[in-house]
Write a protein that binds this ligand. Sequence first.
Ligand SMILES: [Zn+2]
Length: 156
Amino acid sequence: MLSKNKKLERKITLNQETRDGILTFCKMNHPNEGILILRGKSKHGNVLIDGLVIPPFSETGADFAGFPHNPLPLDPSYIGIVHSHPAGSAEPSLTDSNNFFGLVSIIVKSPYENDDIFAWDSSGNKIPLDMGCSLFYHFHMVLVLHWQFLSSFHYF
Ligand SMILES: [Zn+2]
């Protein structure tokens, strides 16, 4: 598909709170699929996921999770989607590939433990997933906030 384009090496960082939220949501929806919007930031190909949003008008079933894209606000912090596969592998299905949204598609297979989380890009390639610990996450956020604070003095 886009194999001639040199793609950025991506890495997805998922903090513990978000990971726990995803796994709990998947378990709650079992045996149906669950779907959530991933919120976060992307910088130099590194995607930091720091929040989850329940999509409006979502419809889920045993073998289908999706929602119409139109009602979604074009929020730049919406960087992808996570959904569960109650049965089978965590490989993206054809439907998943056709409905790719944002930068990353995370798929969680049953029984929804830490090892069952996989991240994919729009071409169906696996993206390394960094399960950052909370301490690192907070440290990172402090740096980001500090940087934003310094940036706000740009005009002085
Ligand atoms: Zn799927």
